[in-house]
Design a protein around this ligand. Structure first.
Ligand SMILES: N[C@@H](CCC(=O)N[C@@H](CS)C(=O)NCC(=O)O)C(=O)O
Length: 255
């Protein structure tokens, strides 16, 4: 029951954002592996707009969660000189960028060779609606919780607007667990809808040579969230199970 309410409020959050962060480009993206590190807070309105652009551009990033009161935020502030998230570090070019506007423009210039479209750029309306989206989730994914450290980053397959993936990302942020975020945004009509009830009658086939196709070849279907934890060897579908797993494995404030 509680999980249903969580997902319902996550649907509301995505609706307030007009379902931005659902589709990924089908254009070929040349991305060096492990080039992008995003210092991020899941519930932060500006970070959300950066993650929406990351889904649209079909990029993957290492997320360094920076919840308020946590060690990562203090480290980021010390190392970068910036006080607030989002901060993007491009390890390939050893370049750091701060603030949603500059990061989004940087990503479009680097991976598209063009300026970011107006609709991807923050403005007062998108700031208000992104703030409302955070409120609809009662500001989850903003404050640190006591947690065990993970030796290696986890991997999460997701896309920004996915109502089932958001609560997982919020928990990863609160527990300050770094993770490689692999975006599996929608690229065609038959990607739409939940995995078990797609908007197509034909057998599901992802776009050829896409990350979705690679995922399907490995795991038999495409459904997010999907988590891989190299620290324990688990691989898991189902948001409810993933949340339970993360709490049991890493949270120190669970009864
Ligand atoms: N019961 C699953 C539902 C997951 C689900 O349906 N996720 C959607 C995205 S929110 C999905 O994977 N849709 C199919 C797709 O994107 O190809 C859970 O709680 O994790």
């Amino acid at each position: 029951m509680i999980h249903h309410l969580t997902v319902a409020s996550s649907v509301l959050a995505s609706t307030l954002r007009g379902w931005r962060g659902t589709s990924s480009t089908t254009r070929k993206v040349e991305q060096a592996s492990n080039d992008l590190i995003l210092f991020d807070q899941e519930g932060c309105p500006s970070c959300r707009m950066v993650r929406e652009a990351i889904t649209a551009l079909n990029l993957d990033v290492l997320i360094m969660p920076c919840p308020t009161g946590g060690k990562n935020l203090a480290l980021m502030q010390r190392e970068s000189g910036y006080k607030t998230v989002p901060v993007l570090y491009d390890a390939e070019l050893e370049h750091k960028t701060h603030s949603a506007d500059d990061i989004i423009e940087y990503l479009y210039q680097k991976y598209r060779g063009e300026s970011a479209p107006q609709k991807a750029m923050p403005n007062w309306q998108s700031n208000v609606l992104s703030r409302a989206a955070s409120l609809s989730r009662l500001n989850a994914g903003m404050s640190v919780r006591a947690a065990r450290k993970a030796e290696k980053p986890l991997t999460l397959y997701s896309f920004e607007s996915s109502p089932y993936s958001r609560p997982v990302r919020e928990l990863l942020c609160e527990l300050e667990l770094p993770y490689q975020l692999i975006n599996l945004g929608k690229q065609q009509w038959s990607d739409m809808g939940p995995a078990k009830a797609r908007f197509t009658l034909k057998p599901y086939q992802p776009i050829k040579h896409s990350k979705r196709e690679a995922f399907m070849a490995m795991y038999g279907d495409v459904q997010v969230p999907f988590i891989v934890d190299p620290n324990t060897g688990i691989q898991m579908f189902e948001s409810k199970d993933i949340i339970l797993y993360l709490r049991n494995t890493y949270a120190l404030d669970e009864i």
